[in-house]
Design a protein around this ligand. Sequence first.
Ligand code: NZQ
Ligand code: ZN
Length: 389
Amino acid sequence: MLGNFSYCNPTKLYFGEDSLKYLNAELPKYGKNIVLIYGGGSIKKNGIYDEVVKILKDNGKNVAEISGVMPNPTVDKLYEGVEIARNHQADFLLAVGGGSVCDYAKAVSVSVNCGEDPWEKYYVRFEEPSCETLPVGCVLTMVGTGSEMNAGAVITNPHTHQKIGHVFADEKIMPKFAVLNPKYTLTLPHYQMVSGIYDIFNHICEQYFSGEDDNVSDYLSEGLMRSVIHSSRIANRDPQNYEARSNLMWAATWALNTLVAKGKSTDWMVHMLGQAVGAYTDAAHGMTLAAVSLPYYRHILPFGVQKFKRFEVNVWDVDPAGKTDEQTAQEGLAAMEGWMKELGLVMNISQLGASAEMIGGIADSTLIMNGGYKTLNRDEIVEILKECL
Ligand code: NZQ
Ligand code: ZN
């Protein structure tokens, strides 16, 4: 276990079928003026909206709403929400939805009292807030991003074709609490469910594929990956299986709540490629990751053979006997590909609306990270993206 780090995660979680009632315990801790934030209407169809509004009323809250937060929330929507929160003199932001809604609430939180353009400050210059921020709570309805227990907030600027995630350094940006009721996720369309499942899996990969030290995070990651593969197969066959869906929900939270990153340099290049594809196509986040993963991993495999071999043996149960390390490593990626196809994931970026003409722009929009086994240059990014078409 190498590295120096501190660890603090202040988000309180309420998990299970009864978890929403704990809003009654949390809401009294905050002021009267609440902004309820949600997406395009799924919570009105499945009844979660009515349940939440009743609890807000029972607690005597003065509620304003930001509705219509779109998947991959945009900077224009952020500006709109900041105005609503300012006019309401918000004391607290309650996000009810998936990662987009939770991320958006955090972006509003750091922007309400910010005197500068939040896009420039947080997403171009990557500065930390220098103003008061608003507390955020989250009722999660879609599983995958881990936004319910982290300080990440991804915003898309369609004008500049950029989709940028800022993971704020200060843990006060993490939600104060999150309600995780697996039942709420049962109304998700299959496409969104599997997109979220791959997002979970890839978050673990991004942290696992870095470093060569003996690290407790890698053992935790292997356990999480095995659980995700197991539960995903059950959920894929039987989406209403509560046990599988609840395990996926819990695994998603632990995949990206900072724990398994401890002591790791972390890679995140699949996310950088996927987000750049997302900036051009507005596709579902997990699908953008699925569509770029295999060409990327096959490209970096020679630079991290021992770790890929370990992944294949410990996660995919590939028998290494009689094979070279490289053969074992390749076989594991083939096993992963089989699982991805079994789930029905999108395996290329053309299907998401990307075209050969976009490759240069997508490459320019891809942030280059240097924590993985190979720091890519622009030519390599273009080569990988072409293989993803
Ligand atoms: O808008 P509504 O009508 O609610 O519909 C949503 C949306 O269309 C629907 N949905 C959510 N819960 C549902 C439901 N439909 C039926 N029943 C339910 N219970 O699902 C669609 C997708 O929702 P969204 O919130 O966009 O999905 P996800 O949770 O995947 O979030 C994606 C966003 O999170 C960012 C992504 O980049 C993207 O912008 N990420 C945030 C991260 C973080 N905070 O750390 C890390 C991730 O890597 C990711 O980048
Ligand atoms: Zn992700």
